[in-house]
Design a binder for this molecule. Structure first.
Ligand code: EPU
Length: 426
């Protein structure tokens, strides 16, 4: 049964108050789960968020033959029972992160097959970097029916690979393919997101040889086995952290965001502070406070690879900018379908001009009106929830499965701050 949220708007009043802890990052948990395939002993992960995408990844691993034991936010994954590199088509076609499992499966079994990976409709999401990388490492790539079949019967060999565009999942996948390959692989122009860095550090802790971690070039010397030494924690979700900061700036008197890594959202903190928001940073917490009548200024910003502004925070940031004074300009440089949701904000009363698929300008402040909304993807879905919370009147938000894919029980956590959000069957 599909579910929806019914949200009572706060009419622009900044009344939310309290503390909200950040959960583990979806885009780290899913990759760590894929990394379990490389390990010759069970891998225990802590701080795993209770979200739908993690449940789908569990199913994908179980269908391959892994045994997954869950105890609250702790997962133990034993992949000794996996004997095939063939992924379940239905699950893989709906979960973009499934593509990351191709690296570990190929390097461990010499073959993998999978459909074009699914995920959000935020633009064309090619996998050419993955396929070209595997070919450079000696694999053969074929398209059979609607599935890619990749084989490397003699194992993968080291190669020198330069990514034409910085890609998070391509970096993670080829790094994991290389750790058990023969010889040395050099990956150039890699992603440096905190989740990628932590994945590399985990692999090293399990016996991999990787140098250049946190820089644009990774040099990986293949080893024969990886053995996890201790439970590994999923890093706090910087997209949740950033979304909560934006919610705080728009709708809170005072909000303390805990269990987070402030350095991972430094760009957002800089932008919001520059715009006039009061932010205090502690080691693992951030407090945002608003005085009565505080005004925030418009800005120009662009999405960029880490440490730039994350594309995954672009939609909530646009909601913020509808309430900032002046004209803002936003450049979405990563995905070409990621500003489509703005038409719904316009329906709510926002003054947004979409110049082309990558550029929008926003004039503010404009009060927003409650509306009937549908969540198009994880991040725009959360942005709509925030927009509905600051609007005047009631909103309904359908297709909240998308929100549940990435955020654990979000309505309960926002209600604890004073929001009025009900989950109903629709
Ligand atoms: N690209 C190619 N060819 C490839 C791979 C990527 O041209 O083979 C291009 C993409 O089309 C895009 C750019 O490279 O223009 C960068 O995309 P990237 O590959 O980094 O994105 P991704 O790895 O598919 C991950 C996250 C996204 C997040 C982006 C950018 C996962 C599972 N997904 O996607 O998260 O937006 O990095 O940070 O890690 C989300 O969580 O809502 C989400 C969409």
């Amino acid at each position: 049964m599909a579910e929806s949220f019914v949200i009572q708007g706060l009419k622009g009043e900044r009344v939310l108050e309290g503390e909200i802890p950040v959960r583990g990052a979806k885009n780290h948990a899913l990759k760590m789960m894929a990394a379990s395939i490389l390990c010759d002993a069970p891998l225990t992960l802590t701080n795993v968020p209770g979200i739908e995408d993690v449940a789908r990844m569990n199913e994908l691993l179980e269908k391959l033959g892994a045994k997954v034991t869950q105890n609250g936010r702790t997962l133990t994954i034993d992949t000794s029972g996996i004997h095939t590199g063939a992924m379940d088509s239905t699950i893989a076609s709906r979960l973009r992160a499934s593509v990351v499992a191709t690296g570990p499966l190929l390097t461990r079994f010499g073959e993998t097959s999978f459909p074009h990976p699914g995920g959000d409709l935020i633009g064309e999401r090619p996998i050419d970097f993955f396929l070209e990388g595997f070919e450079k490492m000696g694999a053969k790539v074929e398209m059979q029916e609607r599935e890619y079949k990749i084989t490397a019967p003699n194992g993968l060999a080291g190669a020198d690979i330069f990514f034409r565009w910085v890609s998070v999942t391509a970096t993670e996948t080829l790094m994991m393919a290389a750790v058990l390959a023969k010889g040395t692989t050099t990956l150039r122009n890699v992603a440096m997101e905190p989740e990628v860095v932590d994945l590399a550090e985990f692999l090293v802790s399990a016996g991999a040889k990787i140098s250049g971690i946190g820089t644009p070039t990774l040099v990986i010397e293949g080893v024969s086995k990886l053995t996890p030494q201790k439970p590994h924690g999923v890093v706090p979700d910087r997209i949740e952290t950033g979304s909560f900061l934006i919610l705080g700036a728009l709708a809170a008197k005072k909000l303390r965001i805990t269990d987070c890594e402030p350095e991972h959202v430094r760009m957002l903190i800089e932008l919001l502070s520059h715009s006039g928001v009061h932010i205090e940073v502690e080691e693992h917490a951030i407090t945002i406070s608003n005085g009565v009548g505080d005004e925030h200024r418009a800005m120009t910003m662009k999405t960029h690879e880490y440490p730039g502004f994350p594309t995954d925070l672009q939609a909530p940031m646009v909601v913020y900018l509808t309430q900032a004074v002046g004209e803002s300009r936003v450049f979405e440089t990563v995905f070409e379908g990621r500003l489509n949701y703005t038409q719904d904000l316009v329906r709510m009363g926002a003054d947004i001009t979409l110049w082309n698929p990558h550029q929008a300008s926003i004039k503010g402040p404009t009060p927003l009106r409650g509306a009937a909304l549908e969540s198009p993807d994880i991040r725009a879905g959360l942005a709509f929830l925030i927009a509905a919370l600051i609007a005047d009147g009631e909103s309904t938000l359908q297709n909240i499965y998308h929100i549940d894919r990435g955020y654990e029980k979000i309505e309960e956590r926002f209600c604890a701050l004073g929001a009025d959000i009900k989950r109903i069957e629709s």
